[in-house]
Design a protein around this ligand. Sequence first.
Ligand code: ZN
Ligand code: ZN
Length: 374
Amino acid sequence: MSEKRDYYEILDVSRDASEKDLKKSFRSLARKYHPDKNDSPDADEKFKEIQEAYAVLSDPEKRRNYDRFGHNSPGGSPFGPGGFQGFDINLEDILGGDFFSSFFGGGRRRSAQNQGNDILVRHEIPLKSILIGGKVEIDIDLPISCDDCNGTGAKDGVTSSCSDCNGSGQVRVRQQIGPFVQDSLRSCQTCQGSGRTYAVKCKTCSGSGSITGAQTIRFEIPKGAQTGTRLRMRNKGQPAPFGRGVSGDLFIELIIEEHSWFERNGMDLIMSLPLGYSDLALGTTITLPHIDDKDLTIKIPPRTNSGDTITIQSRGVPSSRGVGRGDVVILCKLHMPKKFNKATKKSLESLRNELSGEGETLDRIIDDAEDRRR
Ligand SMILES: [Zn+2]
Ligand SMILES: [Zn+2]
């Protein structure tokens, strides 16, 4: 058997460490090596070692003995002939409730029983509304606390203290984790953590404590919002179970409707503009209605290529930080008519050579490739 390590060394404290120092060090080491939190194979052993060291040093008499005799106390092991078997202290008190709540179903265990669930509602808005912001009013069905029973679910709101948990809503559960006994608190199953029970259900809400009713929700669309932006409305969610505690939150998730021609790229709005050959060749000006209610004037310069882009600055989506606006980026494309009439065909035929560009085809291919690489 390997040499037993020094208790002070295990807890990483000096020999004159105060009770407070001991507790502090134990706490952080126990958190680190608790077998539920630490997967390493020696975590169990380390955790046991830490507990044993703390069990001895936190007891003034055992500590005095240890200081004098070390591990070879004349009375044998301070834990009796079988040595250290485990710890019968309330780890929750020492480590704090939050430490354990993270084991048992989420960090909100304590408040979860006092708060209703959150509700998520998706709401579609037109692209325009993220440019100008604005107020929205919607009617949606939401659960609200039942008035007839004050949200308790009991007929006329008459409840009595739960006898299984004495009204606390929690029961103490003793658990064996490896060689250790650990006390922890669990939500009482009889009253689902409410601490209250009742004999007769409320008819209005069938005992659930909440009913669904239409509610008007008002909110403001933040400028520059995007699909997935969530607005939180505190305490507009599911009412607390049994009418004890606060309602959860309501989240409105914004979905931006698809625009007929714009696509959004961050703060920029992108569109493609199909134009006839003459418009691209000779240049033109196009005016379009824009979502900021001011017309968008697009100047196409002469000899614009299909694939060229035109950027109109500061007509895109406003920044969600409140300063500046993105651009409108227009991709010019050659629009080819489905068919030509005879006269047009004839004119085009006569222009064929004129319009085919300078040089040989192969030269144009090479020039274009060079342009792309630049
Ligand atoms: Zn109970
Ligand atoms: Zn009710």
